[in-house]
Ligand binder design. Structure first.
Ligand code: ASP
Length: 362
């Protein structure tokens, strides 16, 4: 039987924003701890958006026109897949003319992956898409949900001379605004859940919000929107560790249909130089598999050739990921494999910045 449940629900927040309100923001609620409550057995489960509005009185008084689209079945972000990235990008794309900015409420576990995906899927949108969530449910007295949500809304609505102040995909969390595809989740039990080691913080919220103008993507009036929603998940992540076994590596690289690998290496992109290891990688590259070299360090920068232990990777044809995060790397590989067929072009694009996710090496 056909599933009759609509995928989304849309409703207006009846706040005091006047018809002359300077900005309009679409909130997209996907789930996450922010909207969860304990069920009878004490487990946290996602609830619908109505109860968030009730718990955040400032939403009623902000002079921003607010509309909410809620996933009909809000989810724990550990269950997010390509389908949810596609739904989210579709909603933003459909509503791109109607709103000045977007706030996405999302679980923290995979927020950095989704923010990366959206930054690649909607290049050239030129509008703020601010992801936020919370470490404690909004119903908890000490929850971080209220300040996260209210400031994310202010940032999404902010304009200078009629132009959005932050025309890019960001994560706002614990008083810091970060480029979304540069973030990673670093803590599960403190309010400062996200790190962003390889790119400066875009704004800090204190008594006022102080923007780091020089690091924020410039608004580009001429930019053309390049909306793409395909991904290929014939990819894996392999993390190098001392004494990794040849049989294990060979087995992984023989995964049926495999097209791409994010290889997490030491430090500045170093890996063992044993013959069997290099042969394994070289054979995989020879079979058309793309190997993307990313540092295991959250603040690492891959420079193939700095050490002998990375020089051979360059020679084999492993692609350097520079200072890209592990999260952005796997999403970017999936995105490029889903949208391009020319392997040479994919490798070129992996080395370059598509949406500010890496610093291209000279
Ligand atoms: N498991 C939750 C999620 O990612 C954690 C959170 O939201 O903080 O949906």
């Amino acid at each position: 039987m056909e599933d009759k449940i609509p995928k989304y629900r849309i409703f207006d927040v009846h706040n005091t924003a006047t018809n002359r309100a300077k900005s309009s923001v679409l909130i997209i609620y996907t789930g996450g701890t922010i909207g969860m409550e304990h069920d009878a057995s004490g487990t946290l489960v996602p609830l619908n958006f109505n109860h968030i509005v009730k718990r955040v009185p400032p939403l009623k008084t902000l002079d921003i026109k607010l509309t909410v689209i809620s996933f009909s079945a809000p989810l724990d972000s550990s269950n997010v897949t390509i389908a949810e990235w596609q739904d989210l990008a579709f909603i933003i794309h459909e509503n791109r003319q109607r709103y000045d900015g977007f706030v996405v409420l999302h679980g923290t576990d995979t927020m950095s992956f989704t923010a990366s995906a959206i930054s690649f899927m909607l290049r050239g949108l030129n509008k703020p898409i601010i992801f936020t969530g919370a470490q404690l449910p909004i119903s908890a007295i000490r929850s971080d949900a209220r300040p996260n949500l209210v400031t994310a809304l202010e940032i999404a609505a902010a304009k200078v001379n009629g132009v959005p102040r932050v025309p890019e995909v960001c994560v706002y969390f614990d008083y810091q605004l970060m480029r979304g595809n540069r973030t990673y989740k670093k803590r599960s039990s403190q309010f400062a859940a996200f790190g962003c080691d390889n790119y400066p913080i875009l704004a800090k919220a204190g008594i006022s919000i102080s923007y780091n103008e020089a690091q924020i993507m410039a608004y580009q009036p001429e930019a053309k929107l390049d909306y793409r929603d395909r991904f290929c998940n014939d990819v894996i992540i392999i993390k190098i560790f001392p004494s990794l076994k040849e049989t294990a590596l060979r087995h992984l690289l023989a995964t049926p249909g495999l097209q791409g690998v994010v290889m997490e290496t030491y430090g500045s992109g170093n890996a063992p130089t044993q013959r069997w290891f290099l042969d394994c990688l070289s054979e995989a590259v020879g079979r058309g598999i793309i190997i993307y070299n990313v540092s295991q360090l959250t603040g690492g920068i891959v420079v193939q050739g700095r050490y002998e232990t990375s020089k051979y990777l360059e020679e084999i044809g492993v692609v350097s990921g520079s200072d890209i995060s592990r999260e952005a790397a796997i999403v970017k590989l999936m995105f490029l494999l889903g949208n391009e067929t020319d392997r040479t072009l994919i490798k070129q694009k992996l080395r370059a910045s598509l949406s500010g996710e890496l610093s291209a090496l000279k």
